[in-house]
Design a protein around this ligand. Structure first.
Ligand SMILES: *Cc1c(COP(=O)(O)O)cnc(C)c1O
Length: 361
């Protein structure tokens, strides 16, 4: 076995070891096909089973009814920033956005570039996005209300979703999908770049409520229409087969090894509590997000002596802890502890941090 580090990367991020081992195990001969996943036809019975398994597991794990459809669309979460206003805005209605950081800002920009009537309903920009603006007032006039459930870069997360009063919610769940249970019924669309919590990069998972498909303008190019993907089970053209295969294995791991989303949520809470407890009880480290807004997925923090951060990150790496540097736009430190990062790795990081404080504090 090669040496694997404790991976706290923000994305692409750690995958569950049993999933990687299974990929290796069946790599040369997938399910008796005599081919690898990289070589089989997306029209084959083997791939059909894989994509449908990924869809069925998504629906079971998130308790989605048959009014929802699960799609896989290349272009990552960023293409969804464009497709959402393109497909789901309505004549003479504004589109509402909540701005909680870098990714929400980008989503807003794409709607504005299309000339949509964008209303910024709430924002936490005044304090560098260190909190969630829970006080949202939706007047019911919008085509949809878009928000980002977990702000990967700033380390904040909605603990309770905004009330859109009947307007369909649209959510970028790239960095916390499948990490906790939620009620999908107020949502018109949910999307997630796969490379944080459910797989490798190369696709976005898009969960769309079927009635939203009625909004898709007929004049759009085929590859930019949700209806194209919905009608062809995400196989209008060649899908990213390897990515979807890995997603199906990750979802199987969540369902069968972990025991479902509720258990996943419990583990994620335990993991985050370990690190926040250390950060809160120390004058050496300090959290950057408000307590009622902080993320269970991305723990952002600084060292009280910011001059020590470079040393902290370098020594951590020497001890086998990777990915702790904060996003280049904000600096500081960040430990991303998605589903695949185990409690053992988080405990080891906590011990390293306590030890570093003892030496340097
Ligand atoms: C990483 C990330 C994105 C960007 O995803 P791409 O797949 O690279 O386009 C968007 N939103 C959030 C919340 C993210 O964490």
């Amino acid at each position: 076995m090669t040496n694997r580090i404790n991976n706290f990367n923000a994305g692409p991020a750690a995958l569950p070891l049993p999933v990687l081992e299974q990929i290796r195990e069946e790599f040369l001969d997938l399910n008796g096909s005599g081919m690898s996943i990289l070589e089989i036809s997306h029209r084959s019975k083997w791939f059909d089973k894989i994509i449908n398994e990924a869809i069925e597991r998504t629906k079971r794990l998130l308790k989605l009814g048959d009014d929802f459809q699960v799609l896989f669309i290349q272009g990552g979460a960023s293409l969804q920033f464009c497709m959402i206003p393109m497909n789901l805005s309505l004549e003479n209605k504004p589109v509402d956005y909540i701005n909680t950081g870098t990714w929400s800002t980008k989503a807003i920009k794409e709607a504005e570039a299309q000339g949509k009537d964008v209303r910024a309903l709430a924002s936490s920009e005044d304090r560098n996005f260190a909190y969630i603006p829970y006080d949202v007032k939706e007047d019911g006039r919008a085509a949809y209300l878009h928000f980002t459930s977990n702000n990967t870069i700033k380390g904040t997360q909605w603990t309770k979703f905004p009330d859109a009063g009947g307007v369909p919610l649209i959510c970028d769940m790239s960095s916390d999908i499948m990490s906790r249970p939620f009620d999908a019924s107020p949502f018109g669309l949910i999307y997630a770049g796969a490379q944080k919590n459910i797989g490798p990069s190369g696709t976005a998972m898009v969960i769309i409520r079927k009635d939203m498909l009625d909004r898709v303008p007929s004049g759009l190019p085929s590859m930019l229409k949700y209806s194209t993907f919905a009608e062809k089970n995400s196989m209008f053209n060649t899908p990213p087969c390897f990515v979807i295969y890995t997603i199906s294995l990750v979802l199987r791991w969540i369902e069968e090894t972990i025991g479902g989303i509720d258990r996943m949520d419990q583990i994620n809470r335990e993991k985050a509590a370990l690190l926040y407890k250390l950060i809160d009880s120390s004058g050496f480290y300090k959290g950057t997000a408000d307590k009622d807004s902080r993320s269970l997925m991305n723990i952002t923090f600084r060292l009280a002596d910011e001059g020590l951060e470079k040393k902290f990150i370098a020594e951590a790496l020497e001890h086998g802890f990777g990915g702790l540097k904060g996003h280049r736009s904000v600096g500081g430190c960040r430990a991303s502890i998605y589903n695949a990062t185990g409690i053992v790795q988080v405990k080891a990081l906590k011990n390293f941090m306590a030890d570093f404080e003892k030496r340097e504090g």
